[in-house]
Design a protein around this ligand. Structure first.
Ligand SMILES: CC[C@@H](C(=O)O)C(=O)SCCNC(=O)CCNC(=O)[C@H](O)C(C)(C)COP(=O)(O)OP(=O)(O)OC[C@H]1O[C@@H](n2cnc3c(N)ncnc32)[C@H](O)[C@@H]1OP(=O)(O)O
Length: 293
């Protein structure tokens, strides 16, 4: 756990040491042991080996798929499983029974209301969402029903977002007396830019599908009916018809470009490119005399 020093408000901790990922990892194990005790709901992973599309479903329908501690652990475990799935092209993150996720389970939240426990939960969810974002596959959040607080934050870790016509998304954390704990503040700002993100985060207002599409938070609005099938078709048709190794490398190039300095990113791109050069997909394509008009 990071050290605390006295701040101007006596109850607000100031973290003076961030000891890097290796020390964070050991803390993550402790946090996992803590979180798993807060029961309720499941997070279910299905891998379709035919299409290469995985689906993660948040499942706590009695609470609009609010996240319990145990669900946070299951989400992390699902991401670990996807990290080892070489056949993955795409991922859909969604919720069951017409809802996406109403944020942290408030019954759980009430039991962990100390800055230390908040920091532990936040580290854990930051790690999970960073690993989700860095998966070498194209990820889409299907927002149906509502995505609120931590639920809205989850959507920002995906590459794309689809949203049903009747759904709403709200970064309501400010109305709950806090700011984004699952990394959604940083991620939303990267998606929308600082001015729009500040508007959304500081107003705490909920957006319908038209607002969300207009500001660029959502990529596709779909009818409520068969929204999972429609999202899956959109994902496959637009991005996942190509060879698995190519899709995974394109994702890795864009991640490197977004998150590394330019020389490191260019070096990574050269290696990823040369691993495909002369391979079966390229040989098949060049033998076809393709016209791209
Ligand atoms: C940990 C991160 C933290 C943060 O940083 O802010 C959070 O995410 S805190 C949680 C933030 N989310 C909320 O505050 C959502 C509160 N809930 C609502 O606004 C509404 O319930 C809803 C999500 C808009 C749905 O409204 P509606 O369709 O009218 O259904 P109900 O209100 O009747 O809800 C059904 C049922 O579900 C319970 N519920 C909903 N959300 C949560 C939640 N986050 N935690 C626990 N329980 C939740 C709600 O209380 C109802 O229960 P019953 O009354 O027992 O039927």
């Amino acid at each position: 756990m990071a050290a605390f020093v006295k701040s101007s408000c006596s109850w607000i901790p100031r973290f003076i040491s961030y000891r890097g990922l290796s020390s964070l990892n050991s803390n993550l194990r402790d946090t996992k042991d803590l979180l798993i005790k807060y029961n309720g709901g499941t997070v279910d992973l299905v891998k379709d080996t035919t299409t290469g599309i995985a689906t993660i479903s948040l499942n706590n329908p009695g609470k609009k798929n609010a996240l319990t501690g145990k669900m946070m652990v299951e989400l992390a475990d699902n991401i670990s499983e996807l990290e080892t799935w070489g056949g993955g092209k795409g991922l859909i993150l969604t919720g069951t029974e017409g809802s996406f996720c109403s944020g942290g389970d408030l019954d759980f939240v009430k039991k962990v209301l100390t800055p230390e426990l908040g920091f532990q939960m936040s580290c854990f969810m930051h790690d999970t969402l960073s690993r989700l974002h860095q998966l070498p596959m194209i990820s889409v959040a299907l927002i149906q029903g509502g995505a609120f607080g931590g639920g809205a934050e989850l959507t920002t870790a995906c590459d794309f977002r689809t949203m049903t016509e009747s759904a709403r998304i709200g970064f309501v954390n400010i109305k709950m007396g806090v700011i984004t704990g699952f990394s959604g503040g940083t991620r939303l700002t990267r998606i929308l830019g600082q001015r729009k993100a500040l508007d959304i985060l500081c107003s705490g207002r909920s957006l319908d599908c038209n607002d969300a599409k207009t500001i660029g938070l959502v990529d596709l609005v779909i009818p409520d009916m068969d929204s999972l099938d429609k999202t899956k078709s959109w994902l496959i048709k637009n991005y996942c018809t190509w060879d698995t190794e190519i899709i995974r490398r394109v994702k890795q190039v864009t991640l490197a470009a977004a998150e590394m300095d330019i020389e490191t990113s260019l070096a990574r791109e050269r290696i990823l490119f040369s691993q495909l050069w002369g391979g079966p997909a390229q040989k098949a394509a060049v033998s076809k005399n393709l016209k791209h008009n």
